[in-house]
Design a protein around this ligand. Structure first.
Ligand SMILES: *Cc1c(COP(=O)(O)O)cnc(C)c1O
Length: 353
């Protein structure tokens, strides 16, 4: 059993359940409830056998160019990866190499500490305020880098660009990463700050607002030097991370902006309606600018509601973690799905009171 002494032992990230139930309402991993653009399906159908036979373009030029055109940056400023999880993992490996701890909020995406442990990066969790806000002054200390999502997950709280700028101004000597997985649902992207701050890396994903979680596409935008360092690490690890199918479908997705805006607007409209209905049922939550609501009930423990929903094949997310173990993270589904959830909650809460 001596070989076990040399094993890298890690505590892995636990993703939300992907249940196999036939009839279920899946509101636990923040996927888009709508299908991707018909143009994306067309791109899939048009793939040739040759593109399966050959290696894909290791530099992923087509998709990077489509993103560069869309976000009005140079193609050398864009990096793509297999979901933003892959992009962020590569970025941790590339940019967080200090002896000083990297900083991120105590309540945040639970993959950050997993990557830090995996790569042996020291880290410190900075407590959010009691109303789940980031106080930029807390990031005004010695560190080896900074990462936070905006809007934050799982709280849904959006910070404005002046907060981000304050963090950037105080930390010119480290890389600051803003994980914008949910920015399309009502926030203003930090992309506009790229010209001013060469240590800023903005990371986004096709998994939420672009309805393509299954295709695994994420990207980072930063200054050309930052992106070239990121590419050096990627090419030292695996040249062909992006498969040809995802690349072709990703390009078609970026080019159909009208469809993209339509589905995002639908999610936002449903979210705003559901906020009102949840309040009426006795829930409260920080105002969400994402495609989920992080809610706590005035009398019933979150874990009990979570279990009760699960019995009905309605899946929401529950985190058994300090400060948030009485909250449920409820993804925004279709209007019909949300109505089923709300009807169940109404009945369940009435029976309990
Ligand atoms: C969903 C999510 C990601 C990862 O998304 P990918 O599917 O890997 O692109 C990254 N950060 C946050 C905050 C997320 O919620």
């Amino acid at each position: 059993m001596n070989w076990e002494n040399n094993v890298r032992k890690v505590v892995p990230y636990v993703p939300g359940e992907q249940p196999k139930a036939e009839k279920m309402i899946k509101l636990n991993t923040n996927e888009c409830p709508y299908p991707p653009s018909p143009k994306v399906m067309e791109a899939l159908q048009n793939l040739s056998a040759n593109c399966m036979r050959l290696y894909p373009d290791p530099a992923v030029c087509d998709l990077r160019q489509a993103l560069a055109d869309y976000y009005k940056v140079n193609v050398e400023q864009v990096f793509v990866g297999v979901g933003s999880d892959d992009v962020i993992a590569n970025a941790f490996m590339t940019f967080f190499n200090s002896e000083k701890p990297i900083l991120f909020p105590d309540i945040t995406y639970s993959f950050y500490d997993v990557w830090a442990e995996l790569f042996g990066i020291p880290y410190e969790r900075i407590a959010l305020t009691s109303d789940f806000r980031i106080n930029p002054k807390d990031y005004n200390k010695e560190n080896g880098g900074i990462i936070f999502p905006n809007p934050n997950a799982p709280t849904g709280v959006l910070e404005d660009l002046s907060m981000i700028e304050e963090v950037l101004k105080a930390n010119p000597d480290v890389v600051v990463m803003v994980d914008e997985a949910y920015i399309d649902f009502g926030g203003t992207s930090a992309l506009s700050l790229l010209d001013k701050y060469d240590n800023l890396l903005v990371i986004q994903t096709f998994s939420k607002s672009r309805a393509m979680a299954g295709m695994r596409i994420g990207f980072a935008v930063g200054n050309e030097k930052l992106i070239s360092y990121l590419n050096d690490v990627k090419f030292s690890f695996n040249s062909y991370t992006m498969n040809q199918t995802s690349i072709a479908m990703g390009v078609a997705c970026v080019k159909d902006d009208e469809y993209f805006k339509t589905i995002v607007d639908k999610v936002i409209t449903t979210r705003e309606r559901v906020k009102g209905e949840l309040r009426e049922l006795g829930f409260s939550f920080p105002d969400s600018m994402s495609n989920f609501i992080f809610a706590t009930h005035e009398s019933i423990p979150a874990v009990e509601i979570f279990e009760a929903c699960k019995k009905e094949n309605i899946f929401v997310r529950y985190f058994k973690k300090p400060r948030i173990d009485n909250y449920l993270r409820i993804s925004i589904g279709t209007d019909e799905e949300m109505d089923t959830l709300l009807a169940f909650l109404k009945q369940y809460i009435a029976e309990r009171q």
